[in-house]
Design a protein around this ligand. Structure first.
Ligand code: SAM
Length: 237
């Protein structure tokens, strides 16, 4: 078995097995603890967690060769739609002890599971709130380097833009997982992707990349974009 850094993204690794197959992994910030039954691998004194792309759209985006991601070591990330913490836990591994993951979730049942993940990971700040109302958690979240949004709800681009206006640094990045069917069942997925992407552009984002996540996730796309709104306005002041 070999372990080596991902060629593009810091804090992410490849684990290559004897049979030549390889999988994504992150360094386990909470050694010996699993979050969703993932495989743990020890290599040269470091414990890695295999990152399942069928369970995490962020991992799927990386396997689908997305050009840039919003998550880097040391970053402060606002995570909208944290659920029970599957992807949040890998984001927590990547940002490491110098970063933070402000994790918003509004369903109490999954939020309770998220709290058990937070007990072992001090860089996750759990926030039980509706992401459509960012002013309610304004005092808990500072300016962030990136926003990851996976709420699978109508108007997800709209709530992402509202959060960006409040929390995202100029030049910061976002990732938006678009679940076409949950937004409007009467529209074709491509039409929904176009509509959400247009909303991001109007909200001040430069689109960097869009990848479709099949076979890992059907009828989903991931968009990455950079926040450029008001940069000019700020410079002009
Ligand atoms: N990102 C998670 C992962 O990869 O582990 C999966 C997220 S799941 C597809 C979507 C989650 O968003 C659900 O847990 C749901 O309760 C939450 N959600 C939906 N609308 C929300 C809102 N307005 N505010 C906060 N959470 C929301």
């Amino acid at each position: 078995m070999q372990v080596y850094p991902h060629e593009k993204f810091d804090g992410i690794y490849w684990v290559e097995f004897e049979d030549g197959s390889k999988k994504l992994a992150t360094v386990n910030l909470a050694p010996s603890f699993k979050v969703y039954g993932e495989q743990l691998i020890s290599h040269e004194g470091v414990e890695y967690r295999i990152w399942n792309a069928y369970r995490s759209k962020l991992a799927a985006s990386i396997l689908k060769n997305i050009r840039e991601i919003a998550v880097k070591p040391g970053f402060k990330i606002l995570y909208l739609g944290a659920a029970a913490g599957t992807t949040v836990s890998h984001v927590s591994d990547i940002v490491g002890v110098n970063g933070k993951v402000y994790s918003v979730e509004f369903a109490p049942r999954v939020f309770r599971k998220l709290l058990t993940v937070c007990e072992k990971r001090r860089n996750i700040i759990p926030i039980l709130a509706d992401a459509r109302m960012p002013s309610l958690y304004r005092t808990m979240v500072p300016k962030v380097d990136g926003i990851y949004c996976d709420v699978a709800q109508p108007e997800q681009a709209k709530l992402l833009v509202a959060n960006a206006e409040m929390f995202l640094k100029y030049g910061g990045m976002i990732m938006l997982a678009i679940k076409a069917r949950s937004i409007d069942v009467t529209l074709e997925p491509s039409e929904i992707y176009r509509r959400e992407i247009n909303y991001l552009k109007e909200g001040g984002f430069n689109i960097l990349d869009t990848v479709h996540l099949e076979p890992f996730d059907k009828a989903h796309a991931m968009v990455s974009a950079r926040y450029v709104s008001n940069i000019k306005e700020k410079q002009d002041r």
